[in-house]
Write a protein that binds this ligand. Structure first.
Ligand SMILES: Cc1cc2nc3c(=O)[nH]c(=O)nc-3n(C[C@H](O)[C@H](O)[C@H](O)COP(=O)(O)OP(=O)(O)OC[C@H]3O[C@@H](n4cnc5c(N)ncnc54)[C@H](O)[C@@H]3O)c2cc1C
Length: 477
């Protein structure tokens, strides 16, 4: 049987002849088959554009990677996503994935925060907020002042930490925002820019003057746009894990996705571009008029740096801290902590060796058998980047002990494995706005080159899909 790579290769080898008949301006090369690249490819393909997706790995998905070992399902990257944008539902429907789709159990709404070695549910309603012991009475009273606090003079360069301290107080930063930032970005609130990393929060202050009043008003506006907030959007995954989505898009696109195709250089070629990539048969060349890059910023620096040396600087300044994702499975009968939530997050003040844990088998069905429970722990991030140089066995053993104490677990796991991401998630740190402006400028000066991927427009899967739609619109202009 002819392999997918061979089909791609044959297609590219006959390119010189095709140049005569195919209008080069119709050829679009998309680099990277993560969720960003595949969504863009899906949309362009639907309108009949001539596309080729080049992906260096054996499998599509990028950060989305699922393995099933000994009947345990381990999502090494994202464990779930939020249905924040209508295109997500549309993709699932058009790809016939409805039967694979699973929504989070209602327990998934309950999230815990660790404080003094105890797990406290994060209050999700005003009465729960009044009753919670997670915040002191003075921290609760401090919230009353929020609507009366003015805007920052220089919000563009304010960190999420400064923003929250100013509007909500220090305790709210330590026990709500700090762990939340670790859960989303594996990031540091002191470094992340409020404007770039949390644009919706920034907008509430900019547009409405405060968070409380802004939340109320923006709910009405979102309803009109048929968009959902991250708080109200449904959390989903698939019966066979998150990688089902990129794998299904790849199958749908067939030979237009070339796996094990590592792009090594890009050159200007008349009015278009020439892309060189390596596959198992050696170096291949493909001519095109447009290139959409969805590779990480540091990889884009290698490919596009020679077009503009300042672009290299901007791309390389985007920081990707390391994250180790640890997967543990225990016998249910050995776990003392009631399993009735999404999991827990750890504020940095609590001085633990990991950022938090997702109770994976509680949230989605079919992750383990009935007698066991699976957990996914996140270690490192911008809070502890030194994990890169620590012996992984020693680190895992330390984290496992801390986790078992918190969860009141009395025996060893029946199964464990891990994935180490040396460069996990791009950080939208203070000063990011300058990078964003430069990328816009670069695209204006280099028609046909588009820089996309999760270092622009948000890191969540929902944001990547939303951003893919924006890139698709750019291509049609
Ligand atoms: C540990 C972890 C947990 C996460 N948890 C969540 C979560 O729970 N929910 C959520 O919404 N998001 C989560 N995210 C974020 C989300 O998964 C990513 O932001 C998103 O999947 C990125 O997609 P992308 O296509 O932009 O980039 P990527 O997935 O990085 O894809 C880029 C692709 O480009 C390829 N590539 C690179 N260089 C080349 C080259 N030279 N030639 C060809 N191909 C190349 C790569 O192999 C890769 O496949 C998590 C991320 C990580 C790492």
């Amino acid at each position: 049987m002819i392999s997918l790579q061979k089909v791609c290769l044959l297609k590219e080898r006959v390119k010189p002849k095709l140049n005569i008949t195919v209008e080069p301006q119709n050829k679009i090369v998309i680099i990277g088959a993560g969720i960003s690249g595949l969504t863009i490819a899906y949309l362009l393909n639907k309108l009949g554009h001539d596309i080729t997706v080049l992906e260096k790995k054996k499998e599509p998905g990028g950060s989305i990677e699922t393995v099933i070992e000994k009947e345990f399902l381990f999502d090494k990257g994202p464990n779930s996503a939020l249905e924040t944008h209508p295109l997500i539902g549309q993709l699932i429907k058009e790809l016939n994935l409805q039967d694979e789709l699973v929504y989070a159990n209602k327990e998934g709404n309950k999230r815990y925060i660790l404080k003094n070695n105890e797990l406290y549910p994060l209050p999700m309603s005003p009465p729960a907020f009044i009753k919670t012991k997670l915040f002191s009475p003075s921290a609760k009273l401090r919230l009353i002042a929020e609507p009366f606090i003015g805007r920052s003079d220089d919000g563009y360069y304010e960190s999420i930490s400064e923003f929250v301290k100013r509007r909500l107080g220090k305790e709210f930063l330590d026990y709500a925002i700090n762990p939340f930032v670790a859960g989303v970005y594996a990031g540091n609130p002191e470094d992340l820019s409020v404007k770039s990393a949390f644009p919706k929060l920034f907008e509430l202050e900019e547009k409405y003057g405060g968070l409380i009043i802004g939340t109320i008003r923006s709910i009405r506006e979102r309803k009109r746009r048929a968009e959902k907030s991250k708080q109200s959007a449904k959390m989903f995954s698939f019966k066979s894990g998150m990688q089902v989505l990129p794998k299904t898009i790849t199958k749908h696109l067939g030979k237009k996705v070339c796996l094990q195709s590592d792009v090594v250089s890009i050159k200007k070629n008349g009015t278009g571009y020439q892309v060189a990539y390596h596959n198992e048969d050696g170096l291949q060349i493909i001519d095109c008029n447009k290139i959409i890059s969805t590779v990480p910023a540091y990889a884009a620096a290698d490919l596009f740096g020679h077009f503009d040396k300042d672009l290299t600087k901007h791309l390389n300044e985007i920081y990707y801290p390391p994250v180790l994702v640890l997967y543990l499975v225990y016998k249910k009968e050995e776990i003392g902590q009631p399993l009735d939530g999404f999991g827990f997050l750890i504020p940095s003040r609590e001085r633990k060796s990991f950022l938090g844990a997702i109770w994976s088998s509680v949230i989605f069905p079919g992750r383990t058998d009935d007698t066991t429970a699976a957990f996914t722990l996140f270690i490192g991030g911008a809070r502890n980047p030194e994990i890169g140089s620590i012996d992984k066995e020693i680190l895992i053993s330390k984290v496992k002990k801390e986790f078992e104490l918190i969860m009141k677990i009395t025996s060893d796991p029946v199964f464990m494995t891990y994935k180490y991401w040396s460069k996990a998630i791009p950080q939208y740190n203070i000063g990011y706005i300058e990078h964003e402006r430069y990328f816009d400028e670069f695209e204006k000066n280099n028609p046909g080159l588009i820089l996309s991927g999760n270092y622009r427009g948000g890191i969540s899967i929902g944001d990547c899909v939303k951003n893919a739609e924006a890139v698709f619109s750019k291509c049609r202009m």
